[in-house]
Ligand binder design. Structure first.
Ligand SMILES: [Zn+2]
Length: 473
């Protein structure tokens, strides 16, 4: 809906407002978010605050897929696309919501939310990269500020409606959720901005080494779904309405890119991510059956064996998993993810020498993967080599500075090493990344007391505390 039309439909927006207040107050007992309303579209600074406030609300109302592999998978694609785009005004954060809906959306200021349902429906990582590229352009181009005409309060409110949205005619008739669906339509981007997000998103993902055919394929699939069931519209199609014109435009962009040479990861890591999502949805037995069949049909296929072993591993069948992992490794010793999975498995079974060898191999193949360092740190903690574990976690932190897991592990390891100043500092950082400002401030204050105001660490913390307190005002 465009700005012009909103002026003539004040009731629509007000209805959304009433629901917004209920939404914020009922779920959690907190008050409205501590952001100041402004007149006119939000500024860049305000967008960063919208992003943060929204993350806090989202945490209370939706379940995130809590798995380091999934978190890293989506962040890694995002980082690759961002690196191809050059300097950015925002710190981008990526989240996966556990929900079977086909949905993804961008929040101004740098937060992108994917639903696990969209990841299950995508056929390749290139398709995921296509959606991510599109969403990043909405944020970078500040499309919500340019199109909605709302002040930041209403942007935040309407965005929060997205969390209540369910697709389908039944859902639309069902009270609050139906209103949420209506509110979601309010923030659908204009045709021109959708085209801009498609065009630039496809160019950026291609520049990052993903196959631009993935962008086109996903749009085509959405267009087909829209035609097949016009009543049961997936939420993604409400905020990013797909038209023939968009599909044609994406194909033109593909043509204009000419011959590209994508740097495709083989095997596609999306398959493993889908297994994790299904296991979290308690479809473990079906997953095991499926991959057992695949592995039996293709006994010489390293990927089929690896995925079957991974499903067994996640289901706790460690010795069977080990045998299949090892068979898969013989067929393809250069698969980084397989080496890393073996490292984890051997850590769990107490075979630390084999675990170390597998992680070393993974790092030799790919020296800059924070996930490998995170799991290597776990192994070193198990071996009681706490100093080396801290070193591994610091590497993970440097490679993924916005990921909350490495600083959390560092906090734990430093407290075991009795380096309490460092322990509180890193726990504070982890809380900060989880948007838990109050807890972060408390940890930083403890850290500064122990490290001393004038120590190098003390000075760093003092600056961070100043910034944190200022943003709470
Ligand atoms: Zn869009």
């Amino acid at each position: 809906m465009n700005r012009q039309a909103n002026r003539f439909r004040p009731c629509h927006v007000r209805c959304a407002w009433v629901l917004l207040v209920t939404f914020f107050v009922s779920g959690c007992g907190t008050n409205l978010p501590s952001v100041l309303p402004s007149l006119g579209p939000p500024s860049e600074d305000e967008e960063v605050r919208i992003s943060r406030e929204f993350r806090r609300e989202a945490k209370k109302h939706v379940k995130f897929v809590n798995d380091p592999e999934v978190e890293r998978y989506i962040e890694r694609i995002g980082q690759r696309i961002l690196a191809a785009m050059g300097p950015q005004p925002f710190d981008y954060r990526f989240f996966v919501i556990e929900d079977p809906q086909l949905n993804a959306f961008a929040v101004p200021g740098g937060s992108i939310y994917f639903y696990s349902g969209l990841m299950e429906r995508a056929k390749s990582t290139d398709e995921i990269a296509g959606v991510l590229g599109h969403e990043i352009v909405h944020i970078k181009g500040r499309h919500m500020a340019r199109s909605s005409g709302f002040d930041m309060y209403s942007v935040l409110g309407l965005l929060s409606m997205l969390l209540l949205t369910r697709s389908g005619a039944g859902a639309q008739a069902a009270g609050a959720v139906g209103q949420a669906v209506a509110a979601t339509r309010e923030i659908a981007y204009s045709r021109q901005l959708e085209m801009e997000a498609d065009t630039l998103g496809e160019r950026y993902m291609a520049a990052a080494g993903y196959d631009p055919k993935g962008s086109v394929a996903f749009l085509k699939q959405l267009d087909q779904e829209r035609n097949l069931s016009p009543v049961d519209i997936p939420p993604y199609l409400m905020t990013h309405p797909v038209t023939q014109e968009r599909v044609a435009n994406a194909e033109l962009v593909l043509k204009s890119l000419g011959k590209t040479e994508p740097r495709v990861e083989i095997p596609d890591p999306l398959k493993k991510i889908k297994i994790i999502i299904r296991l979290q949805r308690h479809e473990g037995d079906a997953v095991l059956d499926e991959y057992r069949k695949l592995a039996r049909q293709n006994p010489q296929d390293s990927e089929a064996l690896h995925l079957y072993a991974f499903a067994q591993h996640m289901k706790g069948q460690l010795s069977e998993a080990k045998d299949n992992y090892e068979k898969a490794r013989k067929l393809n010793p250069d698969n980084v993810a397989l080496q890393r999975d073996l490292g984890r498995l051997y850590t769990q079974t107490g075979d630390f020498v084999s675990a170390r060898a597998a992680f070393d191999r993974a790092l030799a193949l790919e020296p800059k993967e924070s996930l490998t360092y995170l799991y290597l740190g776990e192994l070193l903690e198990n071996e009681s080599d706490l100093r080396a574990a801290a070193g591994a976690y610091i590497n993970a932190l440097n490679l993924s500075p916005l990921w909350d897991r490495p600083p959390y592990r560092l906090g734990v390891v430093y407290s075991k090493l009795d380096r309490l100043g460092d322990a509180h500092y890193y726990l504070g950082r982890s809380f900060l990344l989880q948007d838990e400002d109050q807890k972060a401030i408390a940890e930083y204050e403890r850290a500064i007391k122990i490290s001393g105001e004038n120590s190098p660490r003390g000075q760093v913390i003092r600056e961070e505390l100043k910034a944190l307190r200022a943003r709470r005002k």
